[in-house]
Design a protein around this ligand. Structure first.
Ligand SMILES: [Fe+2]
Length: 390
C-alpha cells in the first residue's frame, strides 16, 4: 500500500514511518495538513494515517477534502488523536474518517487496523475493476445490437450509427451536457430507430404527407416501441426515455407526447437534430449547398434555434463535401478489409445495399460481389481515400 503519514510531531512521524516500512508499505511523509494535501494531489495514495491537530489543514479538514475528490480511488483514512471522548470520535467518523486511534498509539492495534484498511482498499479496487468490465460489456452489447440492426437493415443501421456520431459531437459542444450523459446519448442515438425494424419499407419510404392514417400511426409507433424494447433493461431506462422523445419537436407538434421547448430533454433534442441532419445529407433529397437554408427553415419549428446553431457550427455538410473530394472509385475485386465506403451503395433499381461509412470486412466484400454477380450493382464502389492502405 502507498500510505501517507501526516503528523507535525517529528518523533511520531519518524516512528510510524519506520514501522510502516517494516510492515511492507511504501511510506510518504507530511509534517502538516497542507503538505499532506499536496502529496495526495500529486501522488497515488491508498491510505492516510493523519494526526487530528496539525498546523494548516487539520486532520478533519484534510479528511473532508479527500472525500470531495472524484478522480481518485477510495482513500482509507485513519485519524490519530489525543481526544478520546465519544463526541470527538463520532465527529471524526462523521467527517468521513474510516478508523480512529487514540494516543498513546498502540502499534499492534495500529498494525491490525492498517491490515483491515488494506483489505478494504483491495476490495474497492477489485469492485472497480468488475464495474469497468461490466460497463465495457454493456457498451459492447449496445454496439452488437446496433450492428445487428445494420445486418437486418443496412440503411437504418447506417443512419443510426452516423446519427450517434453526430449527436456525440454536438453533445461535446453543448454547455448543458455533462460527461456522464454522453454515453447515454450515444446509446440512445445508436438505437433510436430500433422500433422501425419490422415496419414495411413500403411505408418507411413514403413521405409523411403521403402516408394514410394507419400507415402514419404505424410509423409513429416506432419511437414508443423502441423505448419499450430497450427500457426493459433497467440500466437502459435513461436512454429509453431519449428514444421515446426523439421525434418530439420544438414547436410541440411532434410525437408521441407532443412535448415542446424545454420539456424535451437536451439529449433527445440532440438525437432529433442529428437524425434530421443525417437524413438531409444521406437521403439525397436536398443538395449540400442548401442544407443551411433548410436548417433555417425548421429553426424554431422542428428544432430549437440552439440545435440549428450547433449543427451549423459543426457543419457536417462541409465535412461531407470535403470527404467526397477525398474519395475514389474502386473495383470490387480490388477491395480490401478496412476500407470504408464513402457513399451508400445502391442497386441499379435504387434499392439500398450498404450504408456510407461502413468499414468493409471479408463478409461485406463478399456481399457486394454477390450483388454484382446477380447484376444488381455495378462493379465499382466509392471508397474513402483516408481508409486506403498506402
Ligand atoms: Fe425515428
Amino acid at each position: 500500500m502507498n500510505i501517507l503519514i501526516a503528523d507535525d510531531d517529528p518523533v511520531t512521524l519518524s516512528l510510524l514511518s519506520s514501522r510502516l516500512c517494516a510492515w511492507g508499505h511504501t511510506v510518504h511523509q507530511a509534517s502538516d495538513g497542507n503538505a499532506a494535501w499536496e502529496t495526495i494531489c500529486r501522488t497515488p495514495i491508498d491510505m492516510v494515517v493523519s494526526d487530528w491537530i496539525m498546523p494548516g489543514l487539520d486532520g478533519l479538514q484534510l479528511c473532508r477534502r479527500i472525500r470531495e475528490l472524484k478522480e481518485t480511488g477510495y482513500i482509507y483514512l485513519i485519524l490519530i488523536s489525543a481526544q478520546d471522548s465519544k463526541a470527538d470520535i463520532v465527529r471524526g467518523l462523521e467527517s468521513g474518517v474510516d478508523d480512529y486511534i487514540t494516543k498513546p498509539i498502540d502499534l499492534d492495534a495500529l498494525h491490525a487496523r492498517i491490515e483491515i484498511g488494506a483489505r478494504i482498499v483491495n476490495l474497492e479496487r477489485r469492485l472497480n475493476r468488475k464495474i469497468e468490465i461490466i460497463t465495457a460489456n454493456h457498451y459492447q452489447t449496445i454496439r452488437m445490437f446496433s450492428r445487428m440492426m445494420e445486418v437486418i437493415d443496412d440503411e437504418l443501421g447506417g443512419h443510426c450509427r452516423r446519427t450517434a456520431n453526430l449527436a456525440v459531437q454536438m453533445a461535446g459542444r453543448h454547455p448543458g451536457v455533462g460527461d456522464a450523459e454522453i454515453p447515454i446519448i450515444e446509446t440512445a442515438a445508436l438505437l433510436h430507430d430500433i422500433g422501425m425494424v419490422g415496419i414495411p419499407k413500403s411505408i418507411l419510404n413514403k413521405r409523411r404527407t403521403e402516408m394514410v392514417n394507419d400507415e402514419r400511426q404505424l410509423y409513429q409507433s416506432h419511437a414508443a416501441t423502441g423505448a419499450r424494447i430497450i427500457g426493459e433493461i433497467e440500466i437502459m431506462k435513461p436512454a429509453a426515455l431519449l428514444v421515446r422523445m426523439h421525434h418530439e419537436q420544438y414547436n410541440g407538434k411532434g410525437f408521441p407526447d407532443g412535448l415542446g421547448g424545454d420539456e424535451i430533454p437536451i439529449g433527445a433534442q440532440l438525437i432529433s437534430a442529428a437524425s434530421i441532419y443525417d437524413n438531409m445529407i444521406h437521403k439525397g433529397k436536398i443538395t449540400l449547398d442548401r442544407i443551411a437554408e433548410n436548417l433555417q427553415r425548421i429553426r424554431g419549428y422542428q428544432l430549437s434555434p440552439q440545435m440549428v446553431e450547433l449543427l451549423l457550427e459543426i457543419n457536417v455538410a462541409q465535412q461531407y463535401d470535403l470527404a467526397r473530394k477525398m474519395e475514389e472509385e474502386w473495383e470490387l475485386n480490388d477491395l480490401q478489409p478496412g476500407m470504408v465506403t464513402a457513399a451508400n451503395v445502391r442497386m441499379k433499381t435504387g434499392a439500398f445495399v450498404m450504408a456510407a461509412d461502413t468499414e468493409l470486412d471479408d463478409h461485406s466484400i463478399d456481399k457486394l460481389k454477390h450483388y454484382h454477380n446477380i447484376g444488381a450493382i455495378t462493379n465499382k464502389v466509392l471508397i474513402r481515400k483516408s481508409s486506403m492502405r498506402s
